[in-house]
Design a protein. Structure first.
Length: 673
């Protein structure tokens, strides 16, 4: 035997020994599970005889034969693994753990795993280490290859994590425990390792990992008891530490349904399932507006919320308890899907308002096919899932979602469509940004005005970057002295979404002494006239901000014109008509395309000094056009000298063809339509 082979065998033995040494039979498991549960008769009698070693063996045999509990996402007869998952599984054998897409290549956590390693002080990097995203790929790799090395490594890492990440103090909020020395360090670590969202992530994924590895020789009776005791501690921890509200609470409740349904042998399983269905059913009505929008006003968390609600239903379906969900729950989920469909673009991406991720065509289209299984009669969901091959497109084009404050001007459901999605809603939850009045604009295959996005979430080193992308002034809306909005509480004064001229009037009490009223005319299903009025006694510089997508843009600062020079058949001419003294300023412009990824882009502001009591007014004509050289000549003016509380009148000329645009309203329609 050559030296290298000997060395390899030695390392394998060392790994096995370490794993086996770490695990021990945990007799408390026999008080955590209901020994009267059907199928556990032998476990009960062996335990009562005092033979816990044999009882643990019987318990493992029970789970290996168990066939009455199903998993909605794992089918052991058809396990597949992607190239990327295989890579994550293989990297994990070397303790190079896939933690976060925004931090690639992945970091190595050391031969003796350091679960407190925090190379960049972004909270997400530390939190998400404890989601163990490489464990399920290791499980798949094990099933696909049959190679025991994946199972051995998983058992070792699973035990190592338990030993090095104690749940300090009481089961109640360890992350709030303050102590000294070792305890303090453990408590600090527990703030990350035992944050309920991370705990719930493990609670969900470990159901699949259990199935993948259960048949492995490395999955010993002793390890089974360690696994179940640890899993039970996880479920109890969430029960006692549910987040107060928001998407975290939804994730936690959905995953508790997984715990209750997948391990019904635990004494509390029935109550876990029941109480988490109650949480989901309560929250779906609290967190979702009557128009179907989720209250974080973040398109991607909206999508995540749909998937949470659907996952709970799928788990119920495969295990026969769908009837525990009321009909109103399903109606709301369907409404959320229709909302999402309407605010998305033809390439299946969503606006990147708030902390939203862009999404991609393949995955987002697949979502509709998954949802179609729950709503088989909904032809619109079918249409989206099959990219128009089956089903029917939604019969409406432009749509207002007045409770959430999302307004969509749309002239088609096809790729060549012109679509503006404008955000002007109530104060949103944590992920929402102070961006009232902003919009994205799609034309003929390109998003011409994508949102700046989020870039990063939170953590000492990255907070400054996050704050840059959250600024009001990096959105397509109006600011005073470049400051963030003080109040984000838009109302819709008027909506008219059909015919030659479609209109939206929305108003936000942006700053003390300054209201921003924005009127949008969608003319001939072709171009937009945006009228901005800064009303009130505030003084300072009023800024009207616009950010285009990346690519070359010609700027005519004197005539206040932006003309894109993008390749392909999607361009835009933007011209702002404002009061004397208004100047065009080029601004720093970025858009985040994914976590910690950004591209530079053209950004400008039109700036007008505002004296006390004056209303500062702007008209911007935004004219999408295939070929920039063919862009029309534009002009626009107000036809009334003074601002009016209940009407807007302007005149626009496109290649000298004049058009009067007027809009009058009398009431706030936001909640009455
Ligand atoms: Mg934004």
């Amino acid at each position: 035997m050559n030296y290298l082979v000997k060395k390899l065998l030695y390392i394998i033995c060392l790994i096995c020994t370490t794993a086996l040494q770490a695990q021990q039979l945990r007799p408390e498991i026999f008080s955590l599970i209901d020994l009267n549960y059907p199928g556990l008769e032998q476990v009960r009698s062996l335990h009562q005889e005092g033979n816990d070693v044999a009882a643990a063996e019987a318990l493992l045999a029970y789970y290996r034969q168990r066939s009455h509990i199903n998993h909605p996402e794992v089918n052991l007869n058809n396990v597949t693994i992607s190239k990327q998952e295989q890579q994550w599984a293989d990297d994990a054998l070397e303790h190079t753990f896939f933690v976060h897409k925004g931090y690639q290549p992945s970091y190595n956590y050391g031969k003796d795993i350091n679960w407190q390693y925090w190379p960049i002080k972004d909270n997400e990097l530390r939190w998400q280490l404890h989601r163990h995203k490489w464990f399920s790929p290791m499980g798949k790799a094990y099933r696909v290859t049959g190679d025991e090395k994946y199972a051995r490594a998983w058992v070792h890492q699973y035990m190592d994590w338990i030993l090095k990440n104690p749940l300090t103090g009481t089961n109640k909020q360890p992350h709030k425990l303050i102590s000294s020395g070792e305890v303090k360090r453990d408590a600090e670590n527990a703030r990350f390792a035992w944050r309920p969202l991370e705990v719930s992530h493990r609670l969900q994924d470990q159901t699949g990992q259990f199935l993948y590895f259960l048949s492995s020789p490395s999955f010993t009776p002793e390890f089974l008891t360690e696994f179940l005791v640890n899993y039970h501690r996880h479920a109890l921890h969430i029960s006692a530490n549910y987040s107060d509200t928001g998407n975290h609470l939804l994730f936690e409740a959905q995953r508790m349904i997984y715990a209750g349904a997948f391990f019904p042998e635990f004494k509390e399983a029935g109550s876990w399932r029941k109480s988490s269905i109650e949480v989901l059913n309560r929250e779906i009505h609290l967190q979702v507006y009557p128009d179907g929008g989720h209250f974080e006003l973040d398109p991607h968390y909206h999508l995540a919320a749909i998937n949470i609600f659907c996952k709970a239903l799928f788990m119920a379906d495969v295990n026969g308890f769908r009837n525990e969900f009321p009909a109103t729950y399903l109606d709301t989920v369907e409404n959320m899907i229709l909302f999402y469909m309407n605010i998305c673009f033809p390439d299946y991406t969503n606006p990147c308002f708030s902390d939203a991720k862009l999404g991609d065509r393949k995955n987002e289209q697949k979502n509709y096919l998954i949802w179609n299984r729950i709503f088989p009669d909904n032809q619109q969901i079918r249409y989206m899932g099959t990219a128009g091959k089956e089903g029917v497109p939604p019969h409406q084009l432009s749509r207002p979602f007045k409770h959430s404050g999302f307004f969509v001007f749309r002239n088609s459901w096809k790729e060549e469509a012109t679509i503006m999605v404008l955000k002007a809603g109530p104060k949103g939850f944590w992920h929402c940004q102070p961006d009232n009045g902003t919009f994205e604009l799609w034309f003929n295959g390109r998003n011409l005005f994508p949102d700046s996005g989020a870039y990063v979430y939170a953590g000492n080193e990255v907070m400054e970057l996050r704050n840059w992308f959250r600024q009001t002034r990096v959105h397509n809306t109006l600011t005073l002295d470049g400051r963030n909005l003080e109040t984000t509480e838009s109302v819709c004064l008027h909506w008219q979404g059909e015919g030659e001229v479609q209109t939206l009037v929305t108003e936000n009490p942006s700053y003390e002494g300054l209201r921003h009223r924005r009127t949008v005319f969608f003319v001939d299903n072709t171009y937009f006239v945006v009228v901005d009025e800064a009303i009130g006694n505030a003084t300072g510089e009023v800024n009207l901000n616009y950010q285009l997508c990346e690519g070359e843009v010609k700027i005519d600062a004197d005539r206040h014109i932006l003309l894109s020079q993008f390749e392909g058949d999607s361009n835009v001419k933007l011209q702002c008509f404002a009061e004397k003294g208004t100047t065009l300023r080029e601004e720093e412009g970025w858009r985040s395309t994914a976590y910690r990824q950004r591209v530079e882009r053209t950004a400008v502001s039109f700036n007008t000094p505002k004296k006390q009591g004056d209303t500062t007014r702007f008209i911007t004509v935004i004219y999408p056009v295939k070929d920039a050289a063919q862009a029309p000549q534009l002009s626009a003016k107000f036809t009334t000298k003074k601002f009016s509380e209940n009407r807007v009148d302007v005149e626009v000329k496109v290649d000298n063809k004049s058009r009067k645009l007027s809009c009058e309203w009398q009431r706030d329609l936001r909640f009455t339509d």
